[in-house]
Design a protein around this ligand. Structure first.
Ligand SMILES: N[C@H](CCC[C@H](N)C(=O)O)C(=O)O
Length: 262
């Protein structure tokens, strides 16, 4: 692989970490280069890559999972993307960011950033399994696919080294699998095995999917509903608005800037 220096930033949202590339051409971001950048020993390390691009007069977030695959949306990543734009003086809050799942609006309020993720799709149920154990999982689409399984304990899913098995008929393009427990009124905790990245410390779209699955039965017409969602890497808050939008609020921290030869 030819080695030329490219600018990068490293950051995270509740420890879901990303390599942000502000100037790389799309043609250079091959799956091989994504895997090399995300490698935690031979590369910078990350759960994914955020390439900064322009599309139709807007900023476009080109998101890639650490295995080099492409996904439609990344809830923690888009907050870091907005943090970069504001810190670099390239945009002011509120910011419209285009994604493969359409345009999202980001609002920056000090340390916290809120992403309007749009309307959730609450679909049917299927079965997910880890080893001998299996659970019913609720299909929630947040622009990307999620299977949400309610468990008695977050330890029930085991070490999650391997991808849980799932119904490929329901999820032909793969799926992010969340395991969730209730912690109290409008308060849940989750673990996630992400499509294309493995178990991560947090998943923004996953936190939204978990909240929608957990709150669906208690949601009242005309009322906004907010949940606290604890992830291994911190805490997110998710609001399902009366007009059927999901708002994801959490931190986004830039931890390093530099140049990469990858
Ligand atoms: N692995 C996900 C994309 C990243 C989602 C996650 N990092 C988030 O914060 O939403 C997928 O393939 O759909």
């Amino acid at each position: 692989m030819a080695s030329t220096d490219y600018a990068f930033l490293k950051g995270h949202g509740t420890e879901n970490d990303f390599v942000l590339l502000p100037e790389l051409d799309e043609a250079l971001l091959t799956p091989e280069r994504v895997r090399a950048l995300c490698d935690r020993r031979a590369g910078i390390g990350g759960d994914g890559v955020l390439r900064v691009a322009r599309r139709d007069e807007r900023w476009f977030m080109d998101y890639r999972n650490s295995d080099g695959s492409v996904s439609e949306m990344c809830g923690n990543g888009i907050r870091l993307f907005a943090r970069y734009l504001v810190d670099a003086g390239l945009a002011q809050s509120p910011i419209e960011v285009d994604t493969r799942d359409g345009v999202k609006t980001l609002t920056v309020d000090g340390e916290l950033i809120t992403a309007d993720m749009g309307a959730p799709k609450l679909l049917g149920t299927s079965t997910v399994a880890v080893g001998e154990r299996s659970w019913e999982a609720r299909h929630v689409d947040m622009g990307n696919p999620h299977a949400v399984a309610f468990v008695d304990s977050l330890d029930d899913a085991g070490p999650l080294h391997d991808e849980p098995s799932y119904d490929a008929g329901v999820y032909p393009g793969g799926v992010n699998v969340e395991f969730v427990v209730r912690r109290g009124d409008r308060h849940v905790a989750m673990r996630v095995h992400e499509r294309g990245s493995g178990e991560t410390r947090s998943c923004g779209t996953g936190a939204c999917a978990v909240m929608v699955a957990a709150a669906a039965d208690e949601r009242e017409p005309g009322v906004d509903l907010t949940y606290r969602v604890d992830v291994p890497g911190g805490t997110l808050h998710v609001t399902w608005t009366a007009d059927d939008r999901v708002l994801l609020t959490g931190p986004a921290v830039i931890v390093a800037r530099g140049t990469t030869a990858l």
